[in-house]
Ligand binder design. Structure first.
Ligand SMILES: NC(=O)C1=CN([C@@H]2O[C@H](COP(=O)(O)OP(=O)(O)OC[C@H]3O[C@@H](n4cnc5c(N)ncnc54)[C@H](OP(=O)(O)O)[C@@H]3O)[C@@H](O)[C@H]2O)[C@@H](O)CC1
Ligand SMILES: Nc1ncnc2c1ncn2[C@@H]1O[C@H](COP(=O)(O)OP(=O)(O)O)[C@@H](O)[C@H]1O
Length: 682
């Protein structure tokens, strides 16, 4: 059956791609808790199972496993204690460290019944049966002892705080996080395929959310512990999708509690292949080059003609009928050399792209850049107070054109700043005194906040570029709506990549023109599709299976074996780095991305085709007769002892290492494209 019309796959897609604010998640869990569904036990089992997977793939046998639980005083700590009890009952002892003044009573009782040890850090703690340090000196000793045990463990289960975190971590949890995780700033881990980590022991499993990260706004407000795996419950939370906190979550596991999410509006949605595929305009039988979409570009300049070539070429290969280019003669010549199909001069278009490679006011000291004048005249027609502005075609406003925006834009205006450009735009336009000082670092620290602020003060749809690109647009009621796209590998961060993105965005908006006329609020969604395809092309070009955001593995309590087979192929141990499941890829240029844009489209279009289910592959890593216990006991060599598994794990042949290698000079067979689609689109 076609991937697009498989209802189970569609439900799964909806589940993993919608994140809800923590209050909504609490409201979702309420009816289940009231009817007696043991959510905490279900959460704990998923954590225990994930811990065992992490040990198995780091090749630590249960007898050697040293696990430390950091337990806070709330329900997050309760999940951790029940999970630790389950592990202890299975013969894997866990030492619990109480970081607060209390512990979840039933969780503690279960942990004690399983024979668990508790170290209490806070002298003010009142935890029945466990003595608190008598004074500061004893507290310091307990802290040092706990730290030493944790640093020497194979695995830390971080259950200090979950969705109940208020502000930045403070007190003992803050000290613990600063010692075991990071004091502040972005995680520094290398960009590895599919959320894998080369992190040395101790590995970190975060319960629901890594402690210390901003659950609803995606910030990193203070000390936090970056995780190798985050097991999150019931529904995705914004912090697992938004930058920069999502970079601290590692591989995501989403536990299905069968919540009724229908009454709630997602706070953030992630662009996924299904949505991107559904929004690509397929050719119609009576199409003409005009009806397939025409993109007009006013990009490049005398000083930066290369941006004209990159944006025009990218637009031309992104599924439109025609492109028109306007610019200085030198840029026109270069564009024609690369894209002979391009038509020079202005005319009727379904979408505009302006500003890439055009100097800003600051750079154009004498104010004589003719491109700026053209853009200024065009953008004046997008002033929301001007008659007819609502009927203008969508327009991508990039780079040097960002300072030419009218006072209040219509929603068809899509601005595409990177962090530095967004900071400049806010500093120039925001009346708020504090905003005048905003820097790129501030924007990187709070991307959602500043992108939303730009949306408020300009009225435009905002696409803030990054490893996870954040798009703030409109919903049907005119409120803000947030979509993220994280399909690109870090290799994409290179000069000109933004020019290519602008071209692709223009093309996606042009082919969506009919829809956008009826639903102008969908500019943001189209923008996210463009960013997704751009990132996918970069994955193809670089041969990398790393991307800014990875789809979570769904944990279904009724299919634990399925969970093991989804999780096991990835390894988390320095000694086994050669087992990386996906390829690291290679450096690319913006031109390489353009070369693979058509293949990116074709992979998504193939989701409409019928595919024979191919049973060979990752599923075969687990023998159906082999239970989880056999898996955790397995020796390294046993983990890959069938032929397919061997191919997937650590074969040195680059054609067989799970990486994706595209050769621009050859045509790919259907089977090869199917294989690519499976690897990249999940
Ligand atoms: N959703 C679901 O379906 C399910 C949810 N479940 C679980 O419940 C969790 C939510 O539990 P929750 O409401 O008890 O809050 P939680 O995250 O434990 O935080 C409270 C603790 O953190 C502390 N603390 C707070 N801020 C702090 C700071 N700045 N700095 C330092 N400490 C701070 C606070 O300390 P206090 O302020 O009280 O001193 C208190 O001890 C959720 O994440 C999930 O794991 C599952 O069991 C079942 C299904
Ligand atoms: N770490 C990263 N991982 C993935 N993609 C990234 C990363 N950093 C930047 N990008 C992407 O690379 C592109 C860079 O665009 P931009 O900064 O505008 O480049 P330029 O202005 O030189 O064309 C954007 O699409 C952005 O989303």
């Amino acid at each position: 059956m076609s991937m697009l019309f498989d209802e189970d796959a569609e439900l799964d897609d909806e589940f993993v791609s919608a994140a809800f604010a923590s209050d909504d998640v609490r409201a979702m869990e309420k009816p289940l808790l009231e009817s007696g569904v043991p959510l905490m036990h279900m959460a704990a089992s998923a954590v225990a199972m994930s811990a065992r997977v992490m040990m198995a793939r780091a090749h630590v046998s249960p007898d050697d496993a040293q696990i430390v639980l950091l337990a806070g005083g709330g329900d997050n700590g309760g999940d951790g204690l029940f999970a630790a009890a389950e592990l202890a009952d299975q013969g894997i002892p866990v030492t619990a460290v109480a970081v607060g003044t209390s512990l979840h009573a039933q969780g503690l009782a279960a942990f004690e019944r399983a024979g668990g040890e508790v170290i209490v850090l806070d002298p003010r703690a009142a935890i029945t049966g466990h003595e608190a340090p008598a004074d500061v000196e004893e507290a310091q000793e307990a802290f040092d002892e706990a730290l030493e045990i944790a640093e020497n463990a194979n695995l830390i289960i971080d259950a200090m705080t979950g969705i109940g975190l208020v502000g930045a971590l403070r007190g003992i949890p803050a000290h613990v996080a600063a010692e075991l995780g990071r004091e502040s700033g972005l995680p520094e881990s290398m960009a590895l395929p599919k959320g894998e980590s080369l992190g040395a022991f101790p590995l970190v499993l975060a319960v629901d959310t890594p402690s210390g990260i901003g659950v609803d706004d995606g910030t990193l407000p203070g000390p936090y512990i970056p995780a190798d795996v985050t097991v999150t419950f019931g529904a995705m939370k914004p912090c697992a999708m938004l930058p920069p906190s999502a970079y601290a979550c590692g591989q995501l596991v989403l536990v299905d509690f069968d919540f009724d999410t229908a009454p709630f509006t997602p706070a953030v949605e992630a662009m996924i292949p299904r949505t991107a595929a559904q929004m690509i305009r397929m050719p119609h039988i009576a199409d003409s080059k005009y009806s397939r979409g025409v993109v007009g570009l006013i990009t490049g300049s005398q000083s930066y003609p290369g941006a004209a070539v990159l944006s025009a070429h990218a637009a031309a290969v992104s599924n439109v009928g025609m492109i028109r280019y306007c610019g200085p003669t030198r840029a026109e010549d270069l564009v024609l050399r690369e894209v002979p199909e391009a038509v020079m001069g202005q005319g009727h278009v379904q979408a505009w792209v302006v500003g890439s490679g055009v100097p800003s006011a600051e750079a154009d000291e004498n104010g004589d850049d003719v491109q700026r004048e053209r853009i200024r005249t065009l953008l004046a027609r997008y002033d929301a107070t001007v008659d007819g502005s609502a009927d203008m075609p969508p327009i991508v406003v990039d780079a040097g054109a960002l300072d030419l925006l009218p006072e209040t834009c219509t929603s068809q205006v899509l601005i595409t700043p990177h962090a530095g450009e967004l900071a400049r735009l806010i500093a120039h336009r925001d009346d708020d005194a504090a905003a005048a000082e905003v820097t790129a670092a501030d924007v990187l620290a709070e991307p959602l906040h500043w992108a939303t602020r730009a949306w408020e003060i300009t009225g435009a749809t905002v696409l803030l570029k990054g490893a996870i690109t954040v798009i703030v647009g409109y919903d049907e009621e005119g409120e803000s709506s947030v979509v993220v796209s994280g399909s690109a590998p870090a290799w994409l961060a290179s000069a000109g990549a933004g020019d290519v993105l602008a071209g692709t965005l223009g093309a996606v908006l042009a082919q969506g023109a009919d829809t956008l006329r009826l639903f102008p609020d969908q500019v943001g969604l189209h923008a996210a599709v463009g960013a997704y395809i751009h990132g996918l092309a970069a994955q193809l070009a670089s041969g990398s299976m790393q991307s800014g955001w990875n789809r979570p593995v769904v944990y279904d309590p009724a299919d634990v074996l399925g969970f093991f087979s989804d999780m096991l192929p990835i390894t988390h141990s320095p000694e086994h780095a050669h087992y990386l499941q996906g390829s690291l890829g290679q450096p690319i240029t913006a031109t390489d991305v353009i070369r693979d844009l058509t293949t990116a489209f074709s992979l998504l279009i193939r989701m409409y085709d019928d595919h024979d289910e191919d049973d060979a592959g990752d599923e075969d890593l687990i023998d159906p007769d082999e239970g989880p216990d056999d898996v955790i006991d397995a020796e390294p060599d046993d983990l890959g002892d069938d032929d397919d598994a061997d191919d997937d794990l650590g074969d040195d042949d680059p054609d067989d290492d799970g990486g994706v290698y595209l050769d621009a000079d050859r045509d790919y067979t259907d089977e090869e494209l199917d294989e690519l689609a499976k690897k990249l689109l999940g």
